[in-house]
Ligand binder design. Structure first.
Ligand SMILES: [Zn+2]
Length: 486
């Protein structure tokens, strides 16, 4: 399929898309637009952003088409060799997962706005960008002049792009791969320092999985004028939108900038390659329910920060302050008494990205992080520091992605048990599938590593926690603590 993308209306934020489609002699073909995007497990219903949809035949005459569903169109292409599909897509959402256009930026997350022919999602896509010659393009897809090439719809859908005259680029080698930073927004941090920090945490992450399975990886940073924080993972890239630009040089902002970057990089293994069986392949037309969000988001959230500590980018105080922020969100959510982590994962399709009804659910990010922490320390204790959750992730990566299949809860449980050498039955029944058992597990974990969680109430009645080392750690506590932070 050959697509041309042009800047239809930069004032009102419409991107123009035109596709030439060989009918392959079919009388009827169906064109499908995705209903959701990987990374956000809820329906996005992108078809609501389409206007002026038109389909013409060989001689330029309009062809009949009608909708089979909210985002699937059937075209009558009797006696046509090549049909031309054209439409405009409303692109005015400058976050990390959507699309945006103005006179100086074309930013697309293709899963929003490109269609595929039903039954032909595995064909090659060529994307020609009709943009000014001096603009630069940042994208994980191979480029030739102003053309991008994707070997399937899945690859295209997963390949966000920035095109702009203002992109600032920096790259460096890491093992056999090249890491790229692309900055849009006119502000950049100290690039040498960012390179040094990225190198450290990226190498530490690579060590866990045993490989950096790509040639190039692109960080696409969209630096915004006002307060913002959002990141979305892709196989060989990530888009991270953060603001305000004026704070980029400030230490706490920069630390958070590193935290989100480390989280998204970890996803290149955990979800973009190893993935729950029920999401392999993605079905873009409807909900892809999974009870395993505590693995793909929870474990990623845990490692995002932990790898900054373990690789020496963050000091212990910075890590503890971030962990306490996460624990505060856990402690202040009474949903932990009412709904399990696995149930909350299933329900991201319902209300996973809004606060939702008070006390209804937990978060696959926050409670998922806590569950990962508990498992990590449990393994360290049981194996006297020989193994930790790293080994579980490595084995799960090999058993799933490297073996060409998705993972299941049973695979994860078996791997935890074989690495730790003990049963994780209670961990799953009480914590992952249960509710209200968090305090016991958190207390046990703190005891193992010789930490105390001091919880106070602020003036609004919210719980605020602080982590401190015990005055007198036993030898075994000191030993497990050292294993944990290294
Ligand atoms: Zn994530």
């Amino acid at each position: 399929m050959n697509y041309t993308v042009y800047m239809a209306d930069t004032t009102d934020h419409f991107v123009g898309l035109q596709a030439k489609i060989n009918t392959q002699g079919e009388k009827l073909i169906q064109l499908q637009l995705p209903a959701w995007r990987p990374g956000r497990y809820e329906l996005g219903n992108f078809a609501k952003h389409i206007r002026k949809l038109k389909i013409t035949g060989d001689t330029g005459d309009q062809l009949d088409f009608y909708k089979l569903s909210k985002d699937c169109w059937e075209v009558n292409c009797l006696n046509q060799d090549v049909i031309t599909l054209s439409y405009e897509y409303f692109a005015n959402q400058p976050d990390a997962g959507a699309c945006f256009i103005n006179e100086n930026l074309l930013y697309l997350n293709p899963v929003h706005c490109f269609m595929y022919v039903v039954g032909r999602a595995n064909e090659t896509f060529t994307i020609s960008l009709d943009i000014p010659d001096h603009w630069r393009i940042a994208c994980q897809l191979p480029q030739y002049e102003k053309k991008l090439l994707a070997n399937s719809f899945d690859t295209l859908a997963d390949s966000p792009l920035f095109a702009s005259p203002n992109l600032i680029h920096h790259s460096f080698g890491l093992n056999q791969s090249t890491i790229h930073f692309w900055f849009e927004g006119g502000v950049v941090p100290d690039m040498q320092l960012l390179e040094e920090h990225t190198r450290k945490y990226a190498l530490a992450q690579t060590e866990i999985f045993g490989e950096l399975p790509l040639i190039d990886y692109h960080f696409l940073y969209l630096i915004l004028p006002s307060k913002f924080r959002h990141g979305v993972e892709h196989a060989d890239s990530t888009v991270i939108a953060m603001g305000p630009a004026s704070e980029l040089v400030e230490k706490s902002f920069y630390n958070d900038f590193l935290a989100i970057s480390s989280h998204e990089l970890f996803h290149l293994w955990n979800i973009k390659r190893m993935r729950p069986a029920e999401m392999l392949p993605y079905d873009f037309t409807k909900e892809n329910y999974s009870r395993l969000g505590y693995i793909y988001e929870g474990i990623t959230t845990y490692y995002g920060d932990l790898m900054l500590l373990r690789s020496g980018v963050w000091d212990l105080n910075t890590y503890f302050s971030s962990l306490c922020g996460d624990l505060d969100r856990h402690l202040n959510n009474e949903g932990r008494f009412n709904y399990s982590l696995a149930e909350s994962s299933f329900d991201t399709w319902l209300d996973g990205y809004v606060q939702g009804v008070k006390g209804r659910k937990v978060s696959i990010y926050m409670e998922g992080l806590v569950a990962a922490w508990i498992a990590d320390v449990k393994i360290l204790v049981q194996t006297k520091g020989k193994y930790r959750l790293d080994e579980v992730m490595k084995r799960l990566y090999e058993q799933s992605y490297k073996s060409g299949r998705g993972y299941t809860q049973e695979m994860y449980k078996n791997t935890l048990e074989s690495v730790a050498g003990i049963s994780f039955e209670n961990y799953f029944t009480e914590l992952i599938d249960g509710k209200g058992n968090w305090d016991k597990y958190i207390a046990e974990t703190l005891e193992y590593i010789g930490l105390e969680l001091i919880v106070q109430k602020d003036e609004l009645g919210n719980l605020l926690s602080r982590l401190v080392k015990k005055q007198q750690m036993s030898n075994s506590q000191a030993e497990i603590f050292d294993f944990w932070i290294k």
